[in-house]
Design a protein around this ligand. Structure first.
Ligand code: 5GP
Length: 115
């Protein structure tokens, strides 16, 4: 079996993280290097490497990640002021951890377009 990804180890509590949400499909924890006052990563337990590697069988998981982002935005108090969800894919997208994750960023005005 392939080695566990960093985020699988966090899902399995082998590496500590500041958890904000856990369910059967995903976990969410605070980014170790936050780029905004709220910066949370929402990670499927299934180690889908990146969005470009997802398949039709992952549709429910992908939907669940976005619904969870909205739920966490509400619980973090940033739903009304606004927030961003981002998924980095591949070298040009800025992906550094090859395990799909949704960034939830908020708590300050965010620039557009990103760098
Ligand atoms: P990517 O660049 O792949 O879209 O995002 C990876 C994110 O994971 C980065 O924002 C980085 O700060 C975060 N990260 C990397 N290693 C760890 C870790 O061990 N713990 C936590 N909580 N976040 C991490």
């Amino acid at each position: 079996m392939a080695d566990k990804t960093l985020f699988q180890k966090i899902c399995d509590k082998e590496i500590p993280a500041s958890m904000v949400h856990e369910d059967d499909v995903c976990v969410a924890f605070r980014d170790i290097s936050p780029q905004a006052p709220v910066h949370i990563l929402i990670v499927p337990r299934k180690p889908i490497p990146r969005i470009a590697a997802a398949t039709a069988e992952d549709a429910a998981t992908l939907g669940h990640l976005l619904l969870t982002a909205g739920e966490i935005a509400r619980s973090e108090g940033i739903a009304d002021t606004g927030f961003r969800v981002a998924i980095n894919n591949g070298p040009h997208g800025g992906e550094t951890v090859p395990h799909l994750h949704v960034h939830l960023l908020g708590g300050r005005p965010l620039q557009w377009p990103p760098g």
